[in-house]
Design a protein around this ligand. Sequence first.
Ligand SMILES: Nc1ncnc2c1ncn2[C@@H]1O[C@H](COP(=O)(O)OP(=O)(O)O)[C@@H](O)[C@H]1O
Ligand SMILES: [Mg+2]
Ligand SMILES: [Zn+2]
Length: 297
Amino acid sequence: MSLQLFHLHNETRESCPDFMGQNYRASFHTRSSAKGPRKKIYRAHLDGEGPRKGEHAVVKVFRNAPGTEVMCDAEIAKHVMARKLARKFNKMVPDASDKIKFTLPLKSTVERFGMGEYLFRHSRHLDKQEWVLIEENLLEDLEHKFEVFIKKNGERAGKDPTSLDAFVHFTYLESGQNFVMCGLQGIHVDKEGYKLTTPCMHSIHKLFGLTDKGPSGMRAIFAKHKCNNICWTWPKPSDHSVDEEDHLLFSEHDTDDGLSSGDELDTDRVDSSVKFDVHTPFSNSENEDSGIITNGQ
Ligand SMILES: Nc1ncnc2c1ncn2[C@@H]1O[C@H](COP(=O)(O)OP(=O)(O)O)[C@@H](O)[C@H]1O
Ligand SMILES: [Mg+2]
Ligand SMILES: [Zn+2]
């Protein structure tokens, strides 16, 4: 690890291209600002030639061991899928505050360490070459609170139904019943909708990384999911039986918020208080009203 006396902050190399084909480096703090069970989050800003230069960002470092490119790719793949689904889903919800967007993390490696990397105590020093994720800082304006809206076990965190309940079910429908997305967290902005990051996915063939708990994870999500007026006719996993083991899936390895749940199963309740335009047909057009967070939004 080489110490750069004249740099306070750590820096990454040039990232993979973003949705506009532009690469950025991130300059990031040497002290983390938040952490989950798997990652630590560092405040950052983007450097480089593109239009997002100067934008507030966060660098996400894998906590337990240096991140690899494969780990980053698994995270990015989930976000790419989530953005596609959100684009389709948004066409069904007329109200802007119900619409959903997901961040698109970029991947890069750490290039240079700032002084703080040595000045502060760390549970694990960063490695040069370790892979990290870079994404929009959702708390940039300090007005909003980072919230878990749908927990990783599929349960809604708040009392009231939201469009996110239907989105969980929508991911199952749209994937041809091959996966379901949950763990929906981020911020809600009035008149703009949800800006989300780090979705969790459970799939028939466990294709989505270490947090993918497979068919039993999918069953457990639907045991907690409460249908509303848009999704109650959509298919659910045919085997509704959820045994104790399915619930244990979520408590064994994960320790972050949004996991515990003492609620009774209540799969058949229908919430009708969320209003959707159920007749809006899907369209394959990708360009309008996208589920993409772009610079300045
Ligand atoms: N894009 C973001 N902008 C601002 N804060 C974030 C962002 N992503 C995550 N965070 C904060 O960092 C915490 C951990 O991030 P997360 O990606 O959920 O890590 P983990 O995979 O360990 O759960 C979140 O609970 C939140 O407080
Ligand atoms: Mg988390
Ligand atoms: Zn439903």
